[in-house]
Write a protein that binds this ligand. Sequence first.
Ligand code: FUL
Length: 461
Amino acid sequence: MLTGCGVEPPAPYGPCPSEAQLRWQRMEMNMFCHFGPNTFSGREWGDGTEPEDMFNPTLLDCHQWAEVAKTAGMKGIIITAKHHDGFCLWPNPASDHTVRQCRWRDGKGDVLRELSDACGQAGLKFGIYISPWDRNAPTYGTPEYNETFRLTLENALTQYGDIYEQWFDGANGEGPNGRRQEYDWPLFNGTVARLQPQAVIFSDVGPGCRWVGNEEGRSGETCWSLLNTQGFEPGRSPAVDVLNEGEPDGTCWLPVETDVSIRPGWFYHADERPKSLQQLLSIYYTSVGRNSLLLLNVPPDTRGLIPVADSLRLFELRKALDSIFSHDLARDARVTASSFRGRDYRPSNVTDTQYHRYWAVDDSCLSPTITLSFDHPVTFNRIMLQEYIPLGQRVAQFEVEVMQGEDWHLLSRGTTIGYKRILLTEQTTTTALRIRFVECRACPVINRVALFQDNIYTGKL
Ligand code: FUL
C-alpha cells in the first residue's frame, strides 16, 4: 500500500495481533469478579458439595458493579460463571448445580443476565470465566464430561450478547469421583471460536492471551507478547518465568494478562481488606506499564455488592492515575530524529495522541535515535513509550539520555517496549531527552513518547 507521499509503511514483522487482540490490549484495565458459593462459605476453593441454597445474595445489584468499574476507568468485567465447585451462576441446562436449584429468586435468578445487561447499559464489555475443573459434575473424569463442558460453554456463549474474553482457568484437580479429566482443548477453543469469534481466549497459553505466571500483579520487566506454544496446553504450560517474559522468537502473538486481586483472596472474606493505593499503583506500573493488560479482581460481598472500601480504593486509584497521566509534559516538545521514513512517519507523530500515527525509519535502520527538545526545562519522573504493535513487537533494547549542561547523560535503559512501557526514573529536569534504540529486531515503529510527573507513588518496583 502506498501512502500520501509515496513511501510504503514498514511491513509487519513477525507475529502480529489480530484486530480482536489489539482491541483487547487497548482496554488496558478490566475488572474480574469472583462470586459464587465461596462468597458465602468463606472458602477459596469449594469442594462441590455446597448446597445450592448457600448462594443467597440479599441485595444483588450488578448495576452497582458496573458503575464502580466504569468510574474506576475499567473497560470490561469478567465474572466467574462457574468456579471449581461447579456451581453455575446462570441456569445452565447442562448441570443441576445452578441458580435454578436455589431458593434465591425462586430459582429464576440469573447473574450472567443481570451483569451482561448492566455492562451493556454502562458501555462496558462483558467476559466469562468458566472453570473446566469441576468438583461437582458426576461425569468429571470421563470423556462424557468434555461434552457436558461443551454444552455448558455453548449455553453461556449464546445468551448474553458479545463476549469479549473467555477465561479458562488452568487449575485441574480431581472431580467428585477422585478422577482427573483429560480436557479436549481443541473442542473447547473451537466452540468459543465458532460462537464468539471476536472473543479473546485466556489460558496459561492462550490462544488469545496468556497468563502472567504469578498472582501478584507482576509482568516481566522484559515482556514479549510472543510465545512458542507448540506442545503446550493449559495446565501443561511453559515455566512461569517464560510465561512472564515471553520469547522474542515466539511463533504466536500471545500478549500477557496480569490477573491479581484487590484483596488477599479471590473471593470475598469479611476479615480481608483491599490493598492500599500505593500497592495498586505499583501493580499498575508492573502490569499496564510492562506491556500487559491488568485484570483486577474486585470480589462482591454476600449482599451481592462491591464493598464500599473497595470502591473507594478504586476511585482513589482512578483519581491518582488521572492526575499523573492527564498532563503529558512532552506534548509541546520539538521532535527530531536521526532519520525518518517519509513525511507520514515524521518524528513528531510520537507526541500526538492518534493511535495509528507513528514515527518510522527505513527498513535497514535498526538503531536510530529520537530527540525531544523543550524551550523551557521540563521536570518529570515517568517516561511512557509505545510501539505501534499492529506491525509487531520490535524493540529489544533502548537507552534514555537527558541533556545536563552541554552533555548527554544516561538516565535509564530498558529492554522491551511493546504496547506500552512506563519507566520510573529519578526526578529529572532537562531541556532535551534522547532515546537511543540499541537493539531492534526490525526498524522500530513508535507511536508515543510521553513524560509525566507522579507525585503520588513513592515506592520502587
Ligand atoms: C486460579 C484459581 O484456582 C483461583 O481460585 C482463581 O480463580 C484464579 C484467578 O485462578 O487458577
